[in-house]
Design a protein around this ligand. Structure first.
Ligand SMILES: [Zn+2]
Length: 47
């Protein structure tokens, strides 16, 4: 039985780092753990 938890994937347009969250948008204070940019530098990634 797989849990039905919708996740949203975002990719950093600066370094390419991918993150997965359970909200349709990244938090305002999200910071890329690799290059340190904010959520404005992430875009939704399709599977
Ligand atoms: Zn980054």
């Amino acid at each position: 039985m797989a849990e039905e938890s919708k996740t949203y994937k975002f990719v950093c347009t600066i370094c390419g780092h991918e993150v997965e969250v359970d909200t349709p948008e990244l938090p305002e204070d999200f910071v890329c753990p690799v290059c340190g940019v904010g959520p404005e530098n992430f875009e939704p990634a399709e599977d």
